[in-house]
Design a protein around this ligand. Structure first.
Ligand SMILES: Cc1ncc(COP(=O)(O)O)c(C=O)c1O
Ligand SMILES: Nc1c(O)cccc1C(=O)C[C@H](N)C(=O)O
Length: 449
């Protein structure tokens, strides 16, 4: 495997930059795994001293498969089916309408939001779980521009010069489409810029900036603290898409002064296919958050059925309509896996797993293999999420390679042009999984056996 073309050549594991210190340093966790990038310790030995190893038992996994697609759809936590069956049979089947109050259905978006909040570094009262990521991106982006255009006074139109919306150039497509629509609706011009250029691009005309924390294609982690600070310094409002970092690394949303954030719950939070997304609105901004989708669930008194809209205080202002109780219940149960688990320990294992995988791929797929691989994922810990993206040369071999991997029981995914993606979910991925994936990759790319 070739080294990534960007970033400095590593001289050793990057101890300075283990993600985000605001939620706690990962030094302890790092020591738990040692030097996975440059040492020669075996997968079996690393698994033996993995403090998170027992969590794997909480998931439904089959022994013949290495599942490295948790960055797209997390695996099923074993306790979820019984909970969903109870919600269907007892809460819906027997209690019926009474469940809106007696089973806590009505408050579920806020209640589940409180379970997600600590994983985001958010104090209570700022996260609601409802709707899809795409819908929440719309609420957050239009809401952010409206806040900026109201200026310090909070009066709509008080800052008429803020007519630019920045979006990161390499964004996941839905963010780009929604940002374009949000710009049209708010009279803004949309300007795509590389995330790293935001500090020089943001200025007095900028209303809001929508950034992805981890690039879905390359796995690159952007510098949330520095970029948020740059947006703030320019008087603009920050919106972060944290789909690929929530549940994978500490975010420190409160500590870094993030304004709004949105993320999926079906990736590293294992909520299940289409489980509802979350919306974080910083407490200080909540009174000024003017949702572009003010449905009746976000009303201060929904059952007053009032003709006039009066927004709820707090995170509930981000709700729209009737919550999806079956999916929310599955997610609520899935989040129980996190009881007693520290995100910084998950981060330490994620870095150890991806270090180890990159090292073994380097050893098993040498330059000169029939299909050569270049890591698009940065080596530096401070710039790496929880996935490894390998670019195939020739690129049109990637689809075949991924199919062959699947035929050998290694599940990742493939994105154009020629990118193999491997997601590492530390709650259930072992070092043996990483070893087996690297070995099979070596075989199907024509590297040594
Ligand atoms: C970074 C990112 N943003 C947004 C989305 C879209 O989310 P949804 O389809 O749940 O609206 C995804 C995944 O599909 C994603 O990876
Ligand atoms: N949300 C997905 C879906 O409904 C079907 C297939 C894949 C997905 C994904 O989440 C893709 C993912 N966001 C990505 O990073 O590419």
């Amino acid at each position: 495997m070739s080294e990534p073309s960007t970033g400095p050549t590593p001289s050793g594991p990057d101890k300075s930059a283990d993600g985000d210190m605001a939620d706690g340093d990962v030094t302890d966790g790092d020591m738990a795994y040692g030097d996975t990038a440059y040492g020669d310790e075996s997968a079996r030995s690393l698994d033996r001293r993995d403090p998170l190893a027992a969590l794997r038992e909480r998931f439904v996994l089959d022994p013949g498969t290495v599942y490295l697609d948790g960055n797209s759809l997390g695996a099923l936590p074993g306790s979820v089916p019984a909970r969903v069956a109870d919600v269907v049979e007892r809460e819906w089947g027997r209690l019926r309408i009474r469940s809106w109050t007696e089973s806590g259905w009505w408050d579920a978006p806020e209640r589940v939001g409180e379970l997600v909040a600590p994983l985001l570094g958010a104090a209570p009262g700022q996260v609601v779980v409802a709707d899809s990521t795409s819908v929440n991106l719309f609420k957050a982006t239009v809401g952010a521009v409206r806040i900026a255009q109201a200026g310090e006074t909070g009066v709509p139109g008080a800052a008429p010069q803020r007519t630019e919306l920045l979006v990161d150039q390499a964004t996941f497509p839905t963010d780009g489409y929604i940002a374009a629509s949000a710009a049209r609706l708010t009279g803004c011009t949309l300007r795509p810029v590389p995330a790293a250029d935001v500090p020089s691009a943001v200025g007095p005309r900028t209303a809001a900036v929508l950034l992805n924390h981890v690039d879905y294609r390359t796995g690159e982690l952007h510098d949330l603290p520095a970029l948020t600070a740059a947006v703030r310094a320019a008087g603009a409002v920050s919106v972060w898409d944290v789909c690929h970092s929530a549940g994978a690394l500490p975010l420190g949303l409160d500590a870094h002064g993030v304004d709004l954030a949105v993320g999926c719950t079906y990736k590293y939070l294992n909520g299940g296919p289409g489980s509802p997304a979350f919306l974080y609105v910083r407490r200080g901004l909540q009174p000024r958050f003017d949702s572009p989708l003010p449905g009746w669930n976000s009303h201060a008194e929904p059952f007053a059925m009032a003709a006039a809209y009066e927004p709820a205080a707090g995170a509930g202002r981000g709700r729209v309509g009737t919550p999806d109780i079956l999916s929310l219940s599955a997610l609520e149960e899935a989040l129980r896996v996190w009881e007693g688990v520290r995100v910084q320990d998950v981060r330490a294992k994620s870095l150890a797993l991806t270090d180890f995988f990159l090292r073994r791929v380097g050893e098993l797929v040498p330059p000169g293999a029939a299909v050569s691989l270049t890591s698009l994922t940065p080596r530096e810990h401070a710039r790496r999420g929880s996935q490894v993206a390998l670019l195939c040369d020739p690129a049109d071999e990637a689809e075949r390679v991924m199919k062959e991997l699947a035929a050998h029981g290694v599940i990742g995914d493939f994105r154009y042009p020629g990118v193999l993606r491997f997601g590492f979910t530390p709650l259930y991925t072992s070092f043996e999984d990483a070893e087996r994936a690297a070995r099979v990759l070596g075989e199907v790319t024509g590297g040594p056996r």
